[in-house]
Design a binder for this molecule. Structure first.
Ligand code: ADP
Length: 595
Protein backbone atom coordinates (compact mmCIF):
# COMPACT_ATOMS: atom_id res chain seq x y z
CA UNK A 1 0.00 0.00 0.00
CA UNK A 2 1.51 3.31 -0.93
CA UNK A 3 1.48 6.39 1.24
CA UNK A 4 -1.21 8.08 -0.83
CA UNK A 5 -3.56 5.13 -0.39
CA UNK A 6 -2.98 4.97 3.34
CA UNK A 7 -3.67 8.70 3.63
CA UNK A 8 -6.95 8.35 1.67
CA UNK A 9 -8.07 5.46 3.82
CA UNK A 10 -7.36 7.45 6.98
CA UNK A 11 -9.33 10.33 5.56
CA UNK A 12 -12.28 8.08 4.69
CA UNK A 13 -12.26 6.50 8.17
CA UNK A 14 -12.03 9.84 9.93
CA UNK A 15 -14.87 11.24 7.82
CA UNK A 16 -17.02 8.19 8.56
CA UNK A 17 -16.20 8.51 12.26
CA UNK A 18 -17.02 12.21 12.10
CA UNK A 19 -20.41 11.53 10.45
CA UNK A 20 -21.06 8.78 12.94
CA UNK A 21 -20.33 10.89 16.06
CA UNK A 22 -22.18 13.85 14.61
CA UNK A 23 -25.42 12.04 14.09
CA UNK A 24 -25.01 10.35 17.46
CA UNK A 25 -24.56 13.79 19.12
CA UNK A 26 -27.58 15.12 17.29
CA UNK A 27 -29.59 12.18 18.59
CA UNK A 28 -28.27 12.80 22.09
CA UNK A 29 -29.19 16.46 21.91
CA UNK A 30 -32.76 15.68 20.96
CA UNK A 31 -34.08 15.60 24.46
CA UNK A 32 -37.42 17.30 23.89
CA UNK A 33 -40.21 17.12 21.36
CA UNK A 34 -39.89 20.71 20.19
CA UNK A 35 -43.01 22.83 20.65
CA UNK A 36 -44.98 24.82 23.21
CA UNK A 37 -46.84 23.10 26.04
CA UNK A 38 -49.11 24.49 28.75
CA UNK A 39 -49.34 23.28 32.34
CA UNK A 40 -50.46 24.49 35.74
CA UNK A 41 -49.84 23.94 39.45
CA UNK A 42 -51.31 25.15 42.73
CA UNK A 43 -49.74 28.46 43.72
CA UNK A 44 -49.19 30.39 46.94
CA UNK A 45 -52.81 31.35 47.41
CA UNK A 46 -54.03 27.85 46.68
CA UNK A 47 -55.16 28.88 43.23
CA UNK A 48 -53.91 27.59 39.89
CA UNK A 49 -50.91 29.21 38.27
CA UNK A 50 -50.74 28.34 34.59
CA UNK A 51 -47.89 28.83 32.17
CA UNK A 52 -46.60 27.84 28.77
CA UNK A 53 -43.15 26.43 28.11
CA UNK A 54 -41.46 26.37 24.71
CA UNK A 55 -38.84 23.76 23.88
CA UNK A 56 -36.37 23.32 21.06
CA UNK A 57 -34.98 19.81 20.50
CA UNK A 58 -32.42 20.37 23.18
CA UNK A 59 -33.48 23.24 25.44
CA UNK A 60 -36.21 25.06 27.31
CA UNK A 61 -36.32 28.28 25.33
CA UNK A 62 -39.19 30.27 26.79
CA UNK A 63 -41.53 30.29 29.81
CA UNK A 64 -44.58 32.51 29.95
CA UNK A 65 -46.93 32.85 32.89
CA UNK A 66 -50.45 32.79 31.46
CA UNK A 67 -52.61 33.23 34.54
CA UNK A 68 -52.10 33.42 38.29
CA UNK A 69 -53.61 34.80 41.50
CA UNK A 70 -50.34 35.10 43.43
CA UNK A 71 -50.07 37.95 45.93
CA UNK A 72 -49.06 41.18 44.25
CA UNK A 73 -45.84 42.65 45.56
CA UNK A 74 -44.76 39.38 47.17
CA UNK A 75 -44.60 36.91 44.33
CA UNK A 76 -43.58 39.39 41.59
CA UNK A 77 -39.92 38.55 42.03
CA UNK A 78 -40.55 34.80 41.86
CA UNK A 79 -42.65 35.22 38.71
CA UNK A 80 -39.81 37.09 37.08
CA UNK A 81 -36.76 35.33 38.50
CA UNK A 82 -37.70 31.63 38.50
CA UNK A 83 -38.52 31.32 34.76
CA UNK A 84 -35.33 33.25 33.92
CA UNK A 85 -33.18 30.95 36.05
CA UNK A 86 -34.81 27.78 34.70
CA UNK A 87 -33.89 28.88 31.19
CA UNK A 88 -30.43 30.12 32.15
CA UNK A 89 -29.44 26.95 33.97
CA UNK A 90 -31.71 24.49 32.06
CA UNK A 91 -32.55 23.07 35.45
CA UNK A 92 -35.46 22.72 37.86
CA UNK A 93 -33.10 22.33 40.81
CA UNK A 94 -33.02 26.09 41.40
CA UNK A 95 -33.66 27.76 44.75
CA UNK A 96 -37.07 29.23 45.59
CA UNK A 97 -37.21 33.00 46.10
CA UNK A 98 -37.19 33.67 49.83
CA UNK A 99 -40.59 34.91 51.00
CA UNK A 100 -42.25 33.61 47.81
CA UNK A 101 -41.51 29.91 48.20
CA UNK A 102 -44.96 28.64 47.24
CA UNK A 103 -45.12 30.75 44.08
CA UNK A 104 -41.58 29.64 43.15
CA UNK A 105 -42.46 26.00 43.70
CA UNK A 106 -45.66 26.31 41.68
CA UNK A 107 -43.68 27.63 38.69
CA UNK A 108 -41.10 24.85 39.01
CA UNK A 109 -43.83 22.22 39.31
CA UNK A 110 -45.79 23.50 36.32
CA UNK A 111 -42.64 23.69 34.16
CA UNK A 112 -41.91 20.12 35.28
CA UNK A 113 -45.31 19.02 33.96
CA UNK A 114 -44.53 20.68 30.63
CA UNK A 115 -41.15 18.92 30.55
CA UNK A 116 -42.95 15.58 30.87
CA UNK A 117 -45.32 16.52 28.03
CA UNK A 118 -42.29 17.37 25.88
CA UNK A 119 -40.80 13.97 26.61
CA UNK A 120 -37.95 15.37 28.75
CA UNK A 121 -36.30 13.68 31.70
CA UNK A 122 -37.95 15.37 34.69
CA UNK A 123 -35.82 13.62 37.31
CA UNK A 124 -32.53 14.76 35.85
CA UNK A 125 -33.80 18.34 35.53
CA UNK A 126 -34.98 18.36 39.13
CA UNK A 127 -31.73 16.97 40.45
CA UNK A 128 -29.45 19.15 38.32
CA UNK A 129 -27.56 21.27 40.81
CA UNK A 130 -26.73 24.84 39.97
CA UNK A 131 -23.13 25.81 40.25
CA UNK A 132 -23.12 29.47 41.02
CA UNK A 133 -19.81 31.22 41.04
CA UNK A 134 -18.76 32.13 44.55
CA UNK A 135 -18.88 35.89 44.81
CA UNK A 136 -16.33 37.73 46.82
CA UNK A 137 -18.40 40.55 48.24
CA UNK A 138 -16.85 43.95 47.71
CA UNK A 139 -16.93 46.53 50.47
CA UNK A 140 -18.90 49.68 49.66
CA UNK A 141 -19.22 52.84 51.72
CA UNK A 142 -22.37 54.92 51.45
CA UNK A 143 -23.78 57.87 53.32
CA UNK A 144 -27.16 59.55 53.71
CA UNK A 145 -28.89 61.75 56.25
CA UNK A 146 -31.12 58.95 57.50
CA UNK A 147 -30.71 55.18 57.26
CA UNK A 148 -33.82 53.00 57.62
CA UNK A 149 -33.57 49.29 58.38
CA UNK A 150 -36.59 47.39 57.07
CA UNK A 151 -39.03 48.26 54.28
CA UNK A 152 -42.29 47.21 55.92
CA UNK A 153 -45.05 49.67 56.78
CA UNK A 154 -43.11 51.39 59.58
CA UNK A 155 -39.86 51.68 57.60
CA UNK A 156 -41.55 53.08 54.51
CA UNK A 157 -43.63 55.58 56.52
CA UNK A 158 -40.36 56.69 58.17
CA UNK A 159 -38.63 56.94 54.78
CA UNK A 160 -41.31 59.14 53.23
CA UNK A 161 -41.59 61.27 56.34
CA UNK A 162 -37.80 61.75 56.60
CA UNK A 163 -37.67 62.75 52.95
CA UNK A 164 -40.59 65.15 53.32
CA UNK A 165 -38.61 66.76 56.12
CA UNK A 166 -35.60 67.25 53.86
CA UNK A 167 -33.48 64.13 54.42
CA UNK A 168 -31.73 61.90 51.95
CA UNK A 169 -32.57 58.30 52.87
CA UNK A 170 -31.06 54.85 52.36
CA UNK A 171 -33.34 51.90 53.12
CA UNK A 172 -32.09 48.34 53.48
CA UNK A 173 -34.51 45.43 53.26
CA UNK A 174 -33.32 41.88 53.74
CA UNK A 175 -36.11 40.16 51.79
CA UNK A 176 -36.36 40.21 47.98
CA UNK A 177 -39.69 42.01 48.27
CA UNK A 178 -40.68 45.05 50.22
CA UNK A 179 -43.82 45.46 52.33
CA UNK A 180 -43.15 43.19 55.33
CA UNK A 181 -46.32 42.14 57.11
CA UNK A 182 -48.25 45.16 55.86
CA UNK A 183 -48.48 43.85 52.31
CA UNK A 184 -50.02 40.55 53.49
CA UNK A 185 -52.26 41.84 56.27
CA UNK A 186 -56.03 42.37 56.40
CA UNK A 187 -55.28 46.12 56.51
CA UNK A 188 -57.61 47.29 59.27
CA UNK A 189 -56.51 50.67 60.61
CA UNK A 190 -58.06 52.06 63.81
CA UNK A 191 -58.70 55.76 64.08
CA UNK A 192 -61.32 57.96 65.67
CA UNK A 193 -62.65 59.52 62.51
CA UNK A 194 -64.75 62.67 62.63
CA UNK A 195 -65.84 62.15 59.03
CA UNK A 196 -66.65 58.47 58.41
CA UNK A 197 -67.80 57.41 61.89
CA UNK A 198 -70.10 60.42 62.15
CA UNK A 199 -71.71 59.64 58.80
CA UNK A 200 -72.39 56.09 60.02
CA UNK A 201 -73.74 57.26 63.38
CA UNK A 202 -70.91 55.63 65.36
CA UNK A 203 -70.12 57.28 68.69
CA UNK A 204 -66.41 57.34 69.45
CA UNK A 205 -63.74 59.47 71.06
CA UNK A 206 -59.98 59.71 71.50
CA UNK A 207 -60.58 58.95 75.21
CA UNK A 208 -62.43 55.75 74.35
CA UNK A 209 -59.72 54.64 71.93
CA UNK A 210 -57.15 55.44 74.63
CA UNK A 211 -58.91 53.56 77.42
CA UNK A 212 -59.69 50.52 75.27
CA UNK A 213 -56.04 50.34 74.16
CA UNK A 214 -54.74 50.84 77.70
CA UNK A 215 -57.17 48.51 79.44
CA UNK A 216 -57.14 46.02 76.55
CA UNK A 217 -53.38 45.71 77.17
CA UNK A 218 -53.87 45.16 80.93
CA UNK A 219 -52.65 48.70 81.66
CA UNK A 220 -49.11 47.72 80.71
CA UNK A 221 -48.74 50.10 77.75
CA UNK A 222 -47.02 53.41 78.49
CA UNK A 223 -49.66 56.18 78.72
CA UNK A 224 -47.49 58.68 76.83
CA UNK A 225 -47.09 56.24 73.94
CA UNK A 226 -50.79 55.34 73.79
CA UNK A 227 -51.79 59.00 73.85
CA UNK A 228 -49.46 59.70 70.93
CA UNK A 229 -50.90 56.71 69.05
CA UNK A 230 -54.57 57.56 69.44
CA UNK A 231 -54.15 61.31 68.85
CA UNK A 232 -52.15 60.83 65.67
CA UNK A 233 -54.04 57.88 64.17
CA UNK A 234 -56.51 60.00 62.21
CA UNK A 235 -54.02 62.73 61.17
CA UNK A 236 -51.90 59.89 59.80
CA UNK A 237 -54.84 58.69 57.69
CA UNK A 238 -55.08 62.23 56.34
CA UNK A 239 -51.32 62.16 55.69
CA UNK A 240 -51.70 58.91 53.73
CA UNK A 241 -54.57 60.47 51.79
CA UNK A 242 -52.37 63.46 51.01
CA UNK A 243 -49.94 60.96 49.46
CA UNK A 244 -52.74 59.63 47.27
CA UNK A 245 -53.96 56.66 49.29
CA UNK A 246 -57.69 55.95 49.24
CA UNK A 247 -59.75 54.47 52.07
CA UNK A 248 -63.27 53.11 51.87
CA UNK A 249 -66.11 55.00 53.54
CA UNK A 250 -67.00 52.04 55.76
CA UNK A 251 -65.76 51.73 59.32
CA UNK A 252 -66.10 48.39 61.09
CA UNK A 253 -65.08 46.32 64.12
CA UNK A 254 -62.11 44.10 63.35
CA UNK A 255 -61.43 40.93 65.34
CA UNK A 256 -60.36 41.98 68.84
CA UNK A 257 -60.73 45.64 67.91
CA UNK A 258 -63.53 46.10 70.49
CA UNK A 259 -65.11 49.04 68.63
CA UNK A 260 -66.15 50.00 65.09
CA UNK A 261 -63.21 52.26 64.22
CA UNK A 262 -61.32 50.10 61.70
CA UNK A 263 -60.70 51.66 58.30
CA UNK A 264 -60.09 49.75 55.11
CA UNK A 265 -58.02 50.85 52.12
CA UNK A 266 -59.63 50.65 48.68
CA UNK A 267 -56.83 48.43 47.36
CA UNK A 268 -56.73 44.82 48.61
CA UNK A 269 -54.86 43.74 51.75
CA UNK A 270 -52.07 46.16 52.65
CA UNK A 271 -51.03 46.85 49.05
CA UNK A 272 -52.58 50.33 49.24
CA UNK A 273 -50.11 51.40 51.93
CA UNK A 274 -47.06 49.99 50.19
CA UNK A 275 -47.95 51.25 46.72
CA UNK A 276 -48.62 54.70 48.17
CA UNK A 277 -45.15 54.83 49.74
CA UNK A 278 -43.47 53.36 46.66
CA UNK A 279 -45.22 55.85 44.38
CA UNK A 280 -43.71 58.60 46.51
CA UNK A 281 -40.25 56.99 46.57
CA UNK A 282 -40.17 56.17 42.84
CA UNK A 283 -37.86 58.50 40.92
CA UNK A 284 -36.53 60.31 44.01
CA UNK A 285 -32.78 60.38 43.53
CA UNK A 286 -32.10 60.96 47.19
CA UNK A 287 -33.97 57.84 48.35
CA UNK A 288 -32.25 54.53 47.68
CA UNK A 289 -33.87 51.20 48.53
CA UNK A 290 -31.64 48.10 48.61
CA UNK A 291 -33.51 44.78 48.71
CA UNK A 292 -31.92 41.45 49.67
CA UNK A 293 -29.68 43.55 51.88
CA UNK A 294 -29.60 42.58 55.52
CA UNK A 295 -28.49 44.93 58.28
CA UNK A 296 -26.04 43.04 60.47
CA UNK A 297 -25.09 45.57 63.11
CA UNK A 298 -25.29 49.16 64.23
CA UNK A 299 -22.17 51.30 64.29
CA UNK A 300 -21.79 53.22 67.52
CA UNK A 301 -19.07 55.82 67.96
CA UNK A 302 -18.58 57.95 71.09
CA UNK A 303 -21.94 56.86 72.45
CA UNK A 304 -23.84 57.78 69.28
CA UNK A 305 -25.23 55.53 66.56
CA UNK A 306 -23.69 56.72 63.29
CA UNK A 307 -24.55 54.01 60.79
CA UNK A 308 -24.96 50.34 59.99
CA UNK A 309 -23.15 47.41 58.44
CA UNK A 310 -25.27 45.51 55.94
CA UNK A 311 -24.77 42.63 53.55
CA UNK A 312 -26.21 42.52 50.04
CA UNK A 313 -25.90 39.89 47.29
CA UNK A 314 -22.63 41.39 46.07
CA UNK A 315 -21.48 43.84 48.69
CA UNK A 316 -20.75 44.46 52.31
CA UNK A 317 -22.05 47.94 52.97
CA UNK A 318 -20.90 50.41 55.56
CA UNK A 319 -23.69 52.98 55.51
CA UNK A 320 -23.15 56.14 57.50
CA UNK A 321 -26.11 58.18 58.73
CA UNK A 322 -25.42 61.89 59.17
CA UNK A 323 -28.62 62.38 61.18
CA UNK A 324 -30.00 59.09 62.43
CA UNK A 325 -30.63 55.39 62.01
CA UNK A 326 -34.22 54.09 62.23
CA UNK A 327 -34.82 50.48 63.13
CA UNK A 328 -38.07 49.25 61.56
CA UNK A 329 -37.40 45.54 61.36
CA UNK A 330 -40.69 44.24 62.75
CA UNK A 331 -41.29 41.62 65.42
CA UNK A 332 -40.20 38.05 66.03
CA UNK A 333 -43.32 35.98 65.35
CA UNK A 334 -41.42 33.89 62.78
CA UNK A 335 -38.49 33.19 65.12
CA UNK A 336 -39.39 30.00 66.99
CA UNK A 337 -36.36 30.15 69.29
CA UNK A 338 -37.09 33.70 70.38
CA UNK A 339 -40.78 32.90 70.84
CA UNK A 340 -39.89 29.94 73.02
CA UNK A 341 -37.34 31.92 74.97
CA UNK A 342 -39.68 34.74 75.91
CA UNK A 343 -43.07 33.01 76.05
CA UNK A 344 -44.29 32.78 79.64
CA UNK A 345 -48.01 33.08 79.08
CA UNK A 346 -49.08 30.51 76.51
CA UNK A 347 -48.67 26.76 76.39
CA UNK A 348 -45.78 25.80 74.08
CA UNK A 349 -45.61 27.83 70.88
CA UNK A 350 -42.93 25.66 69.30
CA UNK A 351 -45.26 23.92 66.89
CA UNK A 352 -47.58 26.85 66.29
CA UNK A 353 -47.71 28.44 62.84
CA UNK A 354 -47.64 32.17 62.26
CA UNK A 355 -49.49 34.71 60.15
CA UNK A 356 -46.22 36.59 59.62
CA UNK A 357 -43.82 36.79 56.69
CA UNK A 358 -40.72 34.66 57.20
CA UNK A 359 -38.38 37.62 57.73
CA UNK A 360 -40.03 38.49 61.09
CA UNK A 361 -37.09 37.17 63.10
CA UNK A 362 -36.46 39.96 65.61
CA UNK A 363 -33.15 41.08 64.03
CA UNK A 364 -33.64 44.69 65.05
CA UNK A 365 -34.22 43.82 68.69
CA UNK A 366 -30.95 41.91 68.81
CA UNK A 367 -28.97 44.62 67.00
CA UNK A 368 -30.35 47.27 69.35
CA UNK A 369 -29.72 45.16 72.44
CA UNK A 370 -26.12 44.65 71.33
CA UNK A 371 -25.43 48.36 71.61
CA UNK A 372 -27.20 48.77 74.95
CA UNK A 373 -30.88 49.41 74.11
CA UNK A 374 -33.53 48.31 76.58
CA UNK A 375 -36.01 45.66 75.47
CA UNK A 376 -39.39 45.50 77.19
CA UNK A 377 -42.50 43.33 77.31
CA UNK A 378 -41.03 40.44 75.32
CA UNK A 379 -43.26 37.87 77.01
CA UNK A 380 -46.33 39.45 75.45
CA UNK A 381 -46.85 37.47 72.28
CA UNK A 382 -50.17 37.84 70.52
CA UNK A 383 -51.99 34.81 69.19
CA UNK A 384 -55.08 34.97 67.02
CA UNK A 385 -57.78 32.34 67.01
CA UNK A 386 -58.01 32.79 63.22
CA UNK A 387 -55.20 30.80 61.62
CA UNK A 388 -55.67 28.46 58.71
CA UNK A 389 -55.44 25.02 60.36
CA UNK A 390 -52.72 23.94 57.90
CA UNK A 391 -50.63 27.06 57.33
CA UNK A 392 -51.44 29.47 60.17
CA UNK A 393 -52.18 32.14 57.57
CA UNK A 394 -55.09 34.54 57.80
CA UNK A 395 -55.97 33.80 54.20
CA UNK A 396 -59.13 31.79 53.81
CA UNK A 397 -60.70 33.37 56.89
CA UNK A 398 -64.41 33.70 56.07
CA UNK A 399 -65.05 36.42 58.68
CA UNK A 400 -66.37 39.78 57.51
CA UNK A 401 -67.10 41.66 60.73
CA UNK A 402 -67.20 40.73 64.38
CA UNK A 403 -70.90 41.48 64.87
CA UNK A 404 -72.24 38.91 62.41
CA UNK A 405 -70.54 35.64 63.25
CA UNK A 406 -70.08 33.14 66.05
CA UNK A 407 -67.45 30.52 66.85
CA UNK A 408 -68.32 26.92 67.71
CA UNK A 409 -66.05 24.11 68.84
CA UNK A 410 -66.00 20.61 67.36
CA UNK A 411 -69.10 19.76 69.42
CA UNK A 412 -71.01 22.60 67.80
CA UNK A 413 -71.11 24.70 71.00
CA UNK A 414 -70.11 28.33 71.48
CA UNK A 415 -67.35 28.83 74.03
CA UNK A 416 -66.42 32.54 74.21
CA UNK A 417 -67.51 36.13 73.63
CA UNK A 418 -66.52 36.47 69.97
CA UNK A 419 -66.15 40.22 70.39
CA UNK A 420 -63.62 39.87 73.21
CA UNK A 421 -59.91 40.66 73.32
CA UNK A 422 -57.72 38.54 71.08
CA UNK A 423 -55.90 36.90 73.99
CA UNK A 424 -59.19 36.03 75.72
CA UNK A 425 -60.61 34.38 72.59
CA UNK A 426 -57.42 32.48 71.82
CA UNK A 427 -56.99 31.25 75.40
CA UNK A 428 -60.57 29.94 75.28
CA UNK A 429 -59.92 28.25 71.93
CA UNK A 430 -56.78 26.56 73.24
CA UNK A 431 -58.99 24.84 75.81
CA UNK A 432 -61.27 23.31 73.15
CA UNK A 433 -60.68 19.91 71.58
CA UNK A 434 -57.77 20.05 69.09
CA UNK A 435 -57.86 23.85 69.60
CA UNK A 436 -60.09 23.79 66.51
CA UNK A 437 -63.16 25.91 65.89
CA UNK A 438 -65.57 26.81 63.12
CA UNK A 439 -66.65 30.34 62.26
CA UNK A 440 -70.38 30.23 61.55
CA UNK A 441 -72.07 32.98 59.58
CA UNK A 442 -74.77 33.49 56.98
CA UNK A 443 -75.63 35.50 53.90
CA UNK A 444 -75.72 38.76 55.87
CA UNK A 445 -71.92 38.54 55.60
CA UNK A 446 -71.99 37.44 51.96
CA UNK A 447 -74.96 39.05 50.16
CA UNK A 448 -73.68 37.18 47.13
CA UNK A 449 -70.90 34.72 46.53
CA UNK A 450 -68.71 37.31 44.86
CA UNK A 451 -68.61 39.43 48.06
CA UNK A 452 -64.97 39.48 49.15
CA UNK A 453 -63.57 38.85 52.62
CA UNK A 454 -60.93 41.03 54.29
CA UNK A 455 -58.25 39.25 52.28
CA UNK A 456 -59.84 39.89 48.91
CA UNK A 457 -61.17 36.35 48.50
CA UNK A 458 -64.75 35.86 47.34
CA UNK A 459 -67.00 33.16 48.81
CA UNK A 460 -66.73 31.42 45.44
CA UNK A 461 -62.92 31.34 45.91
CA UNK A 462 -63.22 30.16 49.51
CA UNK A 463 -65.57 27.33 48.59
CA UNK A 464 -63.35 26.28 45.71
CA UNK A 465 -60.27 26.22 47.94
CA UNK A 466 -62.13 24.20 50.58
CA UNK A 467 -61.77 27.01 53.13
CA UNK A 468 -65.53 27.36 53.48
CA UNK A 469 -68.44 24.97 53.59
CA UNK A 470 -71.90 26.01 52.38
CA UNK A 471 -75.34 24.66 53.30
CA UNK A 472 -78.96 25.69 53.01
CA UNK A 473 -79.82 24.66 56.56
CA UNK A 474 -77.90 24.60 59.82
CA UNK A 475 -78.55 20.88 60.03
CA UNK A 476 -76.86 20.30 56.72
CA UNK A 477 -73.98 22.63 57.69
CA UNK A 478 -73.44 20.69 60.94
CA UNK A 479 -73.31 17.45 59.01
CA UNK A 480 -70.80 18.82 56.54
CA UNK A 481 -68.36 19.98 59.24
CA UNK A 482 -69.02 17.00 61.49
CA UNK A 483 -70.48 18.74 64.55
CA UNK A 484 -73.63 17.87 66.50
CA UNK A 485 -76.58 19.42 64.62
CA UNK A 486 -78.71 20.03 67.71
CA UNK A 487 -75.86 21.81 69.45
CA UNK A 488 -75.21 24.00 66.43
CA UNK A 489 -78.92 24.86 66.05
CA UNK A 490 -79.14 25.74 69.74
CA UNK A 491 -75.94 27.84 69.60
CA UNK A 492 -77.38 29.85 66.71
CA UNK A 493 -80.84 30.13 68.32
CA UNK A 494 -79.31 31.41 71.58
CA UNK A 495 -77.18 33.87 69.65
CA UNK A 496 -80.22 35.13 67.74
CA UNK A 497 -82.04 35.72 71.05
CA UNK A 498 -78.99 37.61 72.31
CA UNK A 499 -79.12 39.85 69.22
CA UNK A 500 -82.57 40.99 70.44
CA UNK A 501 -81.47 41.35 74.05
CA UNK A 502 -78.05 42.90 73.38
CA UNK A 503 -76.30 40.52 75.77
CA UNK A 504 -75.60 36.84 76.39
CA UNK A 505 -74.03 34.51 78.93
CA UNK A 506 -70.54 35.04 77.49
CA UNK A 507 -70.78 38.80 78.02
CA UNK A 508 -70.86 39.57 74.32
CA UNK A 509 -71.95 43.12 73.48
CA UNK A 510 -71.27 43.41 69.74
CA UNK A 511 -74.27 42.41 67.59
CA UNK A 512 -75.78 43.38 64.28
CA UNK A 513 -77.77 40.77 62.32
CA UNK A 514 -79.17 37.43 63.36
CA UNK A 515 -77.77 34.30 61.77
CA UNK A 516 -80.92 33.27 59.91
CA UNK A 517 -80.40 33.91 56.23
CA UNK A 518 -79.46 30.92 54.08
CA UNK A 519 -77.09 29.90 52.70
CA UNK A 520 -75.05 29.36 55.85
CA UNK A 521 -71.27 29.08 55.86
CA UNK A 522 -68.63 27.55 58.11
CA UNK A 523 -64.83 27.78 58.07
CA UNK A 524 -62.27 25.99 60.29
CA UNK A 525 -59.66 27.98 62.25
CA UNK A 526 -56.86 27.38 64.78
CA UNK A 527 -54.62 29.56 66.95
CA UNK A 528 -51.68 31.21 65.20
CA UNK A 529 -48.86 33.53 66.30
CA UNK A 530 -49.61 37.02 65.05
CA UNK A 531 -47.74 39.84 66.75
CA UNK A 532 -45.04 40.45 69.32
CA UNK A 533 -46.02 43.34 71.58
CA UNK A 534 -42.61 43.63 73.26
CA UNK A 535 -39.47 45.11 71.76
CA UNK A 536 -37.11 48.06 71.80
CA UNK A 537 -38.08 50.68 74.36
CA UNK A 538 -38.65 54.10 72.82
CA UNK A 539 -40.16 57.37 73.98
CA UNK A 540 -42.96 59.15 72.16
CA UNK A 541 -40.38 60.83 69.92
CA UNK A 542 -39.29 57.29 68.87
CA UNK A 543 -35.85 57.81 70.41
CA UNK A 544 -34.39 54.51 71.60
CA UNK A 545 -33.76 54.27 75.34
CA UNK A 546 -31.00 52.38 77.10
CA UNK A 547 -31.34 50.28 80.24
CA UNK A 548 -31.15 53.41 82.42
CA UNK A 549 -33.87 55.21 80.51
CA UNK A 550 -31.38 57.47 78.70
CA UNK A 551 -31.72 58.29 75.02
CA UNK A 552 -29.21 56.59 72.72
CA UNK A 553 -28.27 59.46 70.42
CA UNK A 554 -28.76 58.87 66.72
CA UNK A 555 -30.98 55.81 67.13
CA UNK A 556 -34.73 55.64 66.49
CA UNK A 557 -37.14 52.74 66.24
CA UNK A 558 -40.72 52.39 65.03
CA UNK A 559 -43.30 49.69 64.41
CA UNK A 560 -43.51 46.15 65.67
CA UNK A 561 -39.82 46.07 66.66
CA UNK A 562 -40.70 48.43 69.54
CA UNK A 563 -42.35 47.65 72.87
CA UNK A 564 -44.31 49.58 75.46
CA UNK A 565 -47.38 50.56 73.45
CA UNK A 566 -49.78 47.64 73.43
CA UNK A 567 -48.97 46.09 76.79
CA UNK A 568 -50.20 42.52 77.22
CA UNK A 569 -52.59 42.52 74.27
CA UNK A 570 -52.83 44.64 71.13
CA UNK A 571 -56.26 45.73 69.95
CA UNK A 572 -57.08 44.52 66.44
CA UNK A 573 -56.57 47.42 64.04
CA UNK A 574 -54.00 49.21 66.23
CA UNK A 575 -50.90 47.86 64.48
CA UNK A 576 -51.29 49.76 61.23
CA UNK A 577 -52.04 52.90 63.21
CA UNK A 578 -48.95 52.26 65.35
CA UNK A 579 -46.52 51.69 62.48
CA UNK A 580 -47.82 54.66 60.51
CA UNK A 581 -47.94 57.10 63.43
CA UNK A 582 -44.55 56.19 64.89
CA UNK A 583 -42.93 55.61 61.48
CA UNK A 584 -43.84 59.19 60.56
CA UNK A 585 -42.55 60.52 63.86
CA UNK A 586 -39.28 58.59 63.52
CA UNK A 587 -38.68 59.94 60.01
CA UNK A 588 -39.28 63.50 61.13
CA UNK A 589 -37.27 63.35 64.34
CA UNK A 590 -34.32 61.48 62.85
CA UNK A 591 -34.12 64.20 60.20
CA UNK A 592 -34.35 67.06 62.64
CA UNK A 593 -31.81 65.53 64.99
CA UNK A 594 -29.27 68.14 65.98
CA UNK A 595 -26.76 66.00 67.78
P1 ADP B 1 -43.57 46.77 60.73
O1 ADP B 1 -45.01 46.36 60.75
O2 ADP B 1 -43.11 47.27 62.03
O3 ADP B 1 -43.23 47.63 59.56
P2 ADP B 1 -42.78 44.35 59.33
O4 ADP B 1 -42.44 43.04 59.88
O5 ADP B 1 -44.01 44.49 58.54
O6 ADP B 1 -42.76 45.37 60.55
O7 ADP B 1 -41.59 44.88 58.43
C1 ADP B 1 -40.28 44.80 58.83
C2 ADP B 1 -39.38 44.69 57.61
O8 ADP B 1 -38.02 44.68 58.04
C3 ADP B 1 -39.59 43.39 56.85
O9 ADP B 1 -39.75 43.68 55.49
C4 ADP B 1 -38.33 42.59 57.12
O10 ADP B 1 -37.96 41.72 56.09
C5 ADP B 1 -37.30 43.70 57.30
N1 ADP B 1 -36.12 43.29 58.09
C6 ADP B 1 -36.10 42.54 59.21
N2 ADP B 1 -34.84 42.37 59.64
C7 ADP B 1 -34.04 43.04 58.77
C8 ADP B 1 -32.62 43.24 58.67
N3 ADP B 1 -31.78 42.69 59.53
N4 ADP B 1 -32.17 43.99 57.65
C9 ADP B 1 -33.01 44.52 56.74
N5 ADP B 1 -34.34 44.35 56.77
C10 ADP B 1 -34.86 43.63 57.78
Amino acid sequence: MNIKKIFSLVLIFSFAFFICTCSKNDEAKKIYKAGTYTASALGGNETELSLSVSFSDSEITDIRIIEHSESPGISDIALERIPKEIIEYQSLGIDAVSGATLSSKAIIKAVGKAVVQAGGDLESLLSKKIEREAIEKTPVELESDVVVIGAGGAGLAATVSAHQNGASVIVVEKMPNIGGNTIICGASYNAVDPKRQKALGIEDSIEKHYSQTYEGGDKLGKPEMIQTLVENAYPSIEWLESLGMEFKDTVFTVLGGLWPRAHKPKLPLGTGFISTYMNYIKGKKDIQVFVETKALELIKEDGRVVGIIAEGPQNIFTIKAKKGVIIATGGFSANIEMRDKYNKIWPSLTEMKTTNHKGAKGDGLLMAENIGANLIGLEHIQLLPMGDPKTGSLLGNIEQNVENRIFVNTDGNRFVDEGARRDVMTMALLKQKDALMYIILDSHSYPNKETKNNFNESMTDLLKKGKAVEANTLEELAKKIGVDANNLKKAVADFNKAVDMGKDKFGRTLYQDKINKAPYYAGARKPTVHHTMGGIEINSKTEVLDKNGNIIPGLYAAGECTGGIHGANRLGGNALADITVFGRIAGKNATNNNF
